[in-house]
Design a protein around this ligand. Structure first.
Ligand code: ADP
Ligand code: ZN
Ligand code: ZN
Length: 701
């Protein structure tokens, strides 16, 4: 007798197949079992899905037999399958894509024998069990109060804690309390960036390895080798790992004992996946916590406006519990928050890059042996190369964007498609030899700073040293680590960089941080740009004057300088007083008036085609064809428009915003609209269409 099984496999994105396929098996296999099944001419990994036999989709399908079972691997749990189903439905991608993408690649690629060998590897011995956990720091009153709240309430929680207020210490404490209470409990701790995982892992290992062994803490992020990822995944799946530290992908880790999920820097846009299934790991954490009865703790010094709104008082409809830690602790305790100084660039002579006040402040600091950090969110030497005679500019022939001038290797590089050429000797249009850079990036700032600092000596009599950290300077493996080590080691006096240097790093000797030109975000077409800028500037400010002992020994003061043409802009006013709540309230009022998130819900459909007309035509006809769908009256569909960077690598890109005051209505509409989009794609007039994708709760508009 043969059993019929529903198996979820990865089907091609536009095949239109989204549900499980039906296979036969001589034995009954429980849901969650990993199997290898034939698909077309190949064999692929699949997951047995909980579908009742009478509901199996069998019409016109010849059922093929399961090729093999991944023996020795316990089935994936029902909670994991619910998470995957939810993410697939909510983010409008096929079940197979979401399910298979969340398993480690080696599980998908290895043959059954290779895998069996790996599973059989002896597991590391458990540690000598009597060792107690090393005592953590004595909690401050604020930390203790937060930990008590975490014990007493179900959550979800939003921990609003200043930079340096000791949030990580709270995480460690909460995890420890859980592990000691329940011998099979597991905790998931997420950070936004791969760069931040080693630092966090070190802190967790130092605290937990003596008691639970080094194998109790595993990391999960895309920078690991496939073998490492498999190992971590298996450790989490088997329950051997008690703590998983990871980036957004780790939200899909199989963790049968999951009881606590921590999302550090919850406001960070990196939690949103920007391709394939465009999920928000932060939002899925809240869903997963609810499903599995795990507590969820979101932490930030500048929470996302969504989380801030959700944590308003429950009498006003708030669903999250807001916890506060306003005070800096430890080395930063007495330093307080840095003073914010605004430089009005309207009063500077035209073309000024560094105001004279800032220059002398930087020189003084360096002369005293302190470090300075300078931010500019634009890498390269200059964003455009330009001919003064005929007006030629270094446009990318393949994109609607300029190629950036990189002086270091004298190239023009397109940051969108990668097209790179040597800088021409003369203007390609008129032959003028005098072509010049317009505007500036980090490379040019570095050069300019070297000039400004050329007369400045450090206390040891050596000339000031300038360094740059951005995506270009850190391309080589290990480059970022060694550059950061130089900064920590005091070998660098002035550090120039992009937002890469703003996040998380605990530089003890930095006392002055400067944002050179942050104004662009104030008037961006993306309504979230001010929110991102505020978070970035607060983070950056958090780098200045972290070590109170150093600052007072130096008789110095932590300062954040902002050069701006809009010094009285409310964003900078709020920054000056470190007043996130005031900033958030002003933003939320604006958003409410304009009916924008979190007071409405959005999805963005993007289409790519050979011509802009085809891309927009596809979106507009799909929109028209969706007019009669259930819920359509509650969903507002804007007209298709070109994307901000309209052409990349010779492909035209358009987008359509869809908005609704009701999340449920938007979801109902999107669920039915999928089929319409697929059908519209097939129409002959949309032949030049290359692809389309839906982004639910988009972050970048
Ligand atoms: P956050 O994550 O909020 O930025 P951390 O947890 O990293 O803050 O703490 C900042 C610094 O303060 C760290 O050096 C940490 O060791 C120290 N610290 C945290 N809590 C305490 C405490 N209760 N007593 C003394 N030092 C503390
Ligand atoms: Zn010219
Ligand atoms: Zn290009």
């Amino acid at each position: 007798m043969h059993h019929r099984l529903a198996v979820v496999v990865q089907t091609p994105a536009h095949s239109g197949l989204s549900g499980p396929l039906t296979y036969q098996s001589p034995e009954a296999l429980p849901p969650g079992t990993l199997v290898r099944v034939p698909l077309g001419k190949r064999e692929t990994l699949g997951v047995v899905w909980p579908v009742a036999e009478q509901d199996l989709d069998t019409e016109g399908v010849t059922e093929r037999p399961v090729a093999g079972v991944l023996a020795g691997l316990p089935p994936l749990g029902p909670a994991w399958m619910r998470l995957v189903s939810f993410a697939s439905r909510y983010y409008q991608r096929s079940l197979g894509e979401v399910a298979l993408a969340s398993l480690p690649p080696q599980l998908r690629e290895l043959g059954p024998e290779q895998l069996a060998r790996r599973l059989k590897r002896p597991q590391a011995a458990a540690p000598d069990p009597a060792t107690p956990t090393p005592a953590g720091l004595a909690l401050t009153a604020e930390q203790a109060e937060v930990c008590a709240q975490l014990e007493q309430h179900p959550g979800p929680f939003l921990l609003f804690g200043a930079t340096g207020s000791g949030k990580t210490e709270v995480y460690l404490h909460a995890v420890q309390a859980l592990l000691e209470r329940d011998p099979s409990a597991q905790a998931l701790i997420m950070v936004p960036e791969i760069n931040l995982t080693p630092q966090l892992e070190e802190r967790f290992q130092a605290r937990f390895a003596p008691r639970w062994g080094v194998q109790a803490v595993v990391s999960m992020h895309s920078g690991m080798t496939p073998a490492q990822r498999l190992k971590s995944w298996l450790a989490a799946h088997s329950g051997q790992a008690r703590m998983v530290l990871g980036t957004r992908m780790s939200i899909f880790a199989s963790m049968p004992g999951l009881q606590l999920i921590i999302v550090d820097e919850e406001h960070d846009p990196s939690y949103k996946q920007q391709e394939g299934a465009r999920y928000s790991a932060r939002d899925l954490a809240v869903y997963r916590g609810q499903q599995e009865g795990a507590k969820v703790l979101l932490g930030s010094a500048t929470p996302s406006l969504e989380s801030w709104h959700h944590s308003r008082p429950s009498a006003e409809g708030g669903r999250y519990q807001r916890l506060l830690m306003p005070t800096r602790v430890g080395a930063a305790a007495d330093a307080g928050l840095p003073r914010v100084r605004r430089v009005d660039m309207n009063r500077q002579s035209k073309g000024t890059v560094f105001s004279p006040q800032l220059v002398s402040a930087m020189q003084e600091r360096v002369a005293r042996g302190e470090q300075v950090m300078v931010f500019l969110n634009r890498r390269g030497y200059a964003p455009v190369l330009h001919c003064n005679d005929c007006g030629w500019k270094s446009e990318c022939p393949h994109c609607s964007a300029f190629r950036v001038f990189h002086r270091i290797d004298r190239t023009l590089r397109c940051h969108h498609c990668g097209f790179t050429q040597a800088v021409p000797r003369a203007c390609p249009d008129c032959g003028n030899l005098d072509i010049a850079p317009l505007g500036r990036g980090t490379e040019r700032l570095e050069e300019q700073l070297a000039e400004l600092m050329s007369e400045t000596l450090r206390p040891d009599g050596q000339p000031a040293r300038i360094a740059r950290i951005d995506a270009d300077s850190t391309r080589a493996k290990g480059a970022l680590e060694s550059q950061l080590a130089q900064v920590h080691g005091g070998e660098v006096d002035v550090l120039v960089g992009t937002q890469m240097i703003a996040k998380g790093h605990d530089f003890r000797r930095v006392t002055l941080v400067a944002a050179i030109n942050p104004d662009g975000a104030l008037f961006s077409s993306d309504f979230r740009a001010p929110e991102r800028l505020f978070a970035l500037l607060m983070q950056a400010a958090g780098r200045a004057g972290r070590d109170a002992a150093f600052v007072s020994a130096q008789k110095s003061e932590g300062e954040m300088w902002v050069q701006t043409f809009y010094p009285t802009h409310p964003l900078f006013e709020a920054l000056k007083t470190h007043d996130y709540p005031a900033f958030a309230q002003a933003q939320l009022e604006e958003r409410e008036q304009a009916g924008m998130p979190p007071f409405s819900f959005q999805a963005l459909v993007r289409a790519e085609a050979r011509t802009q007309a085809v891309a927009q035509g596809f979106l507009n006809s799909a929109s028209a064809a969706g007019a009669e769908l259930e819920g359509a009256s509650q969903v507002f569909r804007f007209s298709a428009v070109p994307m901000t960077i309209q052409r990349v690598a010779n492909i035209e890109r358009a987008q359509m915003l869809i908005e609704s005051p009701s999340r449920a209505a938007l979801q109902r509409f999107l669920a039915q609209w999928q089929a319409v989009l697929h059908a519209t794609r097939a129409a002959p007039e949309h032949k030049g269409l290359i692809r389309w994708a839906v982004d639910v709760d988009p972050l970048l508009i």
